[in-house]
Design a protein around this ligand. Structure first.
Ligand code: ASP
Length: 293
């Protein structure tokens, strides 16, 4: 499948999420949000914008959707607090920005972008990230006012969001954002803000975004593994499937991956009951689907 942008709403259980209003199907909401995100990213690239701008815009849409585990819909930790992680990476230059344990920012992906552009560093966490946000006048919000994620009470599998894009100039980029896993220990950082684990982009191979069991994705350096397989000649779909298979075989873990290679070919794989995703294909037409594991 050819695409200019692919976004996902998280690999997880999705069915039977406690606390859902009757008739409010979480998967349907996730698919609608994924489509809106893909459309936002594709519109930027159709105007000549970069893949980097496209993935940031797409992930901001997903962060603003309360039924997804990122930004507004973030799961709470054991102390009942929101602690978010995000990453953005430019495949053309390998420029990278990430934030971890961010508590009072609506769109962590944009703070990650500012780490990339406005600091000599690649990852800022907790108090340091908050001080940086203050220093650059980054918009803040009170996450204590946010309602619980619908799946929080059920301790369902996490649903990180991510986007990969290839712009008209052929440059690749990835962005990932998450509230982490439900009832995590305060201070826990998952795979999402770690380059090569939650996401990786390199014009020489692919842009990849991961979701699922963060501790396992870290142990496999999952996103970089997909890029390396593609650099060695694997197809993008085979590379995603191989790493998802390894996740299960080696670590008994679950998750999902989306990827776009240099030619704009997409790979989608998961071993969870569902992973909603959307993509912009030929002529910018946006479609969505649910990948089942
Ligand atoms: N990978 C995320 C984390 O471990 C959670 C998820 O994707 O569901 O923080």
């Amino acid at each position: 499948m050819k695409a200019s942008i692919v976004v996902h709403g998280g690999a997880g259980g999705w069915a039977g999420q406690a606390g859902q209003p009757a008739g409010d199907d979480p998967l349907r909401r996730a698919l609608a949000a994924c489509e809106e995100a893909a459309r936002a990213g594709e519109a930027i690239m159709a105007r000549g914008g970069s893949a980097l701008d496209a993935v940031e815009a797409a992930v901001r849409v997903l962060e603003d959707e309360p039924s997804l585990n990122a930004g507004r819909g973030s799961f709470r930790n054991l102390a009942g607090e929101v602690e978010m992680d995000a990453l953005i990476m430019d495949g053309a230059t390998l420029a990278l920005g990430a934030v971890a344990i961010v508590r009072d920012v609506c769109n962590p992906v944009s703070l990650a972008r500012r780490v990339m552009t406005d600091t000599p560093h690649t990852l800022l966490a907790a108090e340091g990230a908050a001080r940086f946000a203050d220093a650059i006048g980054f918009p803040r919000c009170d996450t204590r006012m946010w309602p619980l994620h619908p799946a929080d009470a059920a301790r369902a599998a996490g649903d990180t969001v991510g986007a990969v894009a290839r712009d008209r100039a052929g440059n690749l980029a990835v962005a990932v954002s998450t509230g982490g896993i439900p009832r995590k220990m305060p201070g826990r950082i998952g795979d999402s803000p770690l380059a090569g684990c939650g996401g990786y982009a390199d014009n020489a191979s692919a842009a990849v975004a991961a979701t699922g069991d963060g501790e396992a994705l870290m142990k496999l350096v999952a996103s970089k593994r997909v890029c390396d397989d593609i650099a060695r000649g694997a197809s993008v779909q085979a590379a995603c499937e191989a790493t998802v298979a390894l996740l299960a075989q080696r670590l008994g873990a679950s998750g999902g991956l989306i990827a776009l290679d240099r030619a704009g070919e997409a790979g989608i794989a998961c071993n969870t009951p569902a992973m909603p995703y959307a993509w912009a294909g030929e002529h910018g037409v946006v479609r969505s689907a649910v990948r089942t594991g």
